[in-house]
Design a protein around this ligand. Sequence first.
Ligand SMILES: NC(=O)c1ccc[n+]([C@@H]2O[C@H](COP(=O)([O-])OP(=O)(O)OC[C@H]3O[C@@H](n4cnc5c(N)ncnc54)[C@H](OP(=O)(O)O)[C@@H]3O)[C@@H](O)[C@H]2O)c1
Length: 342
Amino acid sequence: MSLAWLVLFPVAAFVIFLVVLLFIFFSIPSRRDFHFFRRHAIVTGGSKGIGYQLAVGLIERGCHVTIVARNVKDLQKACEELQILADQRGQQQKVQWKSIDMTAEYDVIKAAFDECAKELGPIDILINNAGHSVQAPFCDLPVTDFEKQMKVNYLSAVYATRAVVDDMKARKTGHISFVSSAAGQFAIFGYSAYSPTKFALRGFADTLHMELLPYKVNVAVLYPPNTDTEGFKLELETMPEETKLMSDAAGLFTPKHVAEAHLKDIADGNYTTTIGLDGWMLGCLTAGACPEKSLFRALTQSALAGVFRAITLVYLGYFNGITKKCYRRRLEEPKEKEEKKE
Ligand SMILES: NC(=O)c1ccc[n+]([C@@H]2O[C@H](COP(=O)([O-])OP(=O)(O)OC[C@H]3O[C@@H](n4cnc5c(N)ncnc54)[C@H](OP(=O)(O)O)[C@@H]3O)[C@@H](O)[C@H]2O)c1
């Protein structure tokens, strides 16, 4: 290779890189910082776990907060704790609770949300967090579980969003979050009823983000990994062996850590919140056609998606190995029992 080529090649590569950079820069929507102070936030599933920690973080940032769940005792207890925290800040922040089953019909949810707005003012922030998971191999799940999971994890968020979005559009301000899951990016053994509901949230949020751009209403998605909550502990009790072995690889995070990461992303106007190294890798890998407002994130996704695909194939191979190993062991169990009897 001649000397001229040795110089020209890196220069050409650099120019192409700059052009790509400029294209990406002018293609991504501008990030809008979001201010929490004196805003009214509703957190569904705010009496426990991730939702409760999101409510704590919202109070620490100056919001009035409504927490929504079904169990009245849990709501009262959480609300008292949150009000103490709010009073300590001395900013006259208000906290209220509302018992709503988020699997109810749209009209019920709309009426309840309207009441919340009457008490603490128009709803500026909606965090769609209520949800839970059932896990079992597909053929062991009653088909009704698929409907129930869709209702609590997906339709509840659609209805809640519908109940607040017209007002946000009219006021040209607001924020709507969806709490998906790492299982809404990477579906594994046992999650045939749960994962699709969390993937669905991502599709809904992608569309909504585009439609609400002109109205200055932000949309964001949080993908929690295994998080140390009551809900997760309950999950562990019924989790199939395969799912347990696979999800052990992902570690365990505190709800505080997850909630803080998301509130920081909301403040910075980011669309996606992932947690930890695995979460970051999955976020880059599954970014696909989802919105992106950070140039740095856009560049890392563009540069690293291929490498992360290769790493994910290794994970998939490992998980497929677990599935086969557990299957073989179960086949051998009856034989071993018979041998022992003899
Ligand atoms: N923890 C994890 O490892 C993890 C991982 C990924 C994603 N997530 C997602 O993060 C969200 C929160 O999970 P979490 O672990 O914090 O759960 P959690 O500790 O079980 O808390 C769930 C909250 O949602 C409320 N809720 C459940 N069903 C409801 C309904 N039908 N209507 C109204 N409220 C309802 C619960 O209160 P009531 O029971 O009183 O209604 C509670 O306040 C869920 O969407 C979950 O899928 C969790």
